[in-house]
Write a protein that binds this ligand. Structure first.
Ligand SMILES: Nc1ncnc2c1ncn2[C@@H]1O[C@H](COP(=O)(O)OP(=O)(O)OP(=O)(O)O)[C@@H](O)[C@H]1O
Length: 261
């Protein structure tokens, strides 16, 4: 079966720093793939390469949509979104001065013909499309459980709700692949449980998920497959049990000698 995303020998250098060194793995359609590793392992750099923020120094990223596979390395972030790849950020990035609804409306515009700021002026030509955008945006807000906050300012939301708003905003671009960068960071246990339900609901929508997460209990419970990076190299790939027992993974997290302790 053709993978949804093929990461083929990706290397990313920043001057003398080798953030990713010849990393290869696949994302299979319909899965939640965990991307884990200690601080500085290269996880966010990998997301940034997939999302078009960074151009890999070498290697290929191939994305398959329907019957078409395309080499996408080096595409700009807007192009990646158009292709069907969307992401959230480790540090929440919302338009704080806008309402919750407007944060999603802006994202929704990538799937329409009209431009957000022109549609705010409400020219007649754009009224119908704008109505559809609001309906679609409300759909995604309800989907993540934030419909009742639609008219609140984004910065008035709790931390967990802001993370869910980021997810709604990503979903509004209709991705095939959603990259979640530490979605549970700063969440309380109740919010984390809601996040797990939300990730499963996203999967049910036919969206595949790649998840960077430091909460090992969470990542091990929802990912059937994980990829482990350390110092920019892929050190392990497999199911949660294999990963948990892998001596190289234990060593990477706990230090040399830990695997034999
Ligand atoms: N824009 C950049 N310029 C220079 N070095 C960078 C840049 N981005 C990342 N790096 C370096 O690349 C390496 C990998 O960083 P990255 O943020 O991808 O790791 P990470 O696994 O996401 O870490 P964390 O779990 O702490 O977020 C680090 O040494 C980091 O300092």
């Amino acid at each position: 079966m053709t993978p949804l995303l093929k990461i083929d020998s990706i290397t990313k250098r920043f001057g003398g720093i080798m953030a990713l060194a010849d990393v290869s793995f696949n994302v299979i359609e319909g899965e939640i793939l965990g991307l884990i590793g200690p601080n500085g392992a290269g996880k966010t750099t990998m997301f940034n390469c997939i999302a078009g923020v960074y151009k890999p120094t070498s290697g290929d990223i191939v994305f398959t949509k329907g019957d078409t596979s395309r080499r996408i390395n080096g595409f700009k972030p807007e192009k990646m979104t158009e292709m069907g790849i969307s992401r959230t950020f480790q540090n929440i990035r919302l338009f704080n001065a806008l309402t919750v609804l407007d944060n999603v409306r802006i994202a929704r515009h990538c799937r329409t013909k009209s431009n957000f700021f022109r549609s705010v002026l409400r020219t007649r030509f754009q009224k119908d499309e704008e109505r559809a955008i609001v309906e679609d945006s409300m759909y995604w807000l309800d989907f993540v459980g934030l419909g009742h906050h639609a008219l609140a300012d984004a910065n008035s939301l709790s931390y967990g709700d802001q993370r869910r708003l980021e997810i709604a905003r990503s979903l509004a671009t209709e991705p095939k692949l959603l990259l979640l960068d530490e979605p549970a960071a700063g969440m309380n246990p109740k919010e984390t449980r809601m996040l797990v339900d939300l990730i499963y609901a996203i999967l049910d929508k036919g969206v595949s998920v790649m998840l960077i997460e430091h909460d090992m209990k969470l990542v091990m419970s929802i990912c059937k497959r994980l990829v482990v990076l350390d110092h920019g190299t892929l050190i392990a790939e497999g199911g949660p049990k294999d990963i948990r027992e892998n001596p190289q993974v234990i060593e990477a997290y706990l230090g040399r000698g830990a695997a034999h302790a």
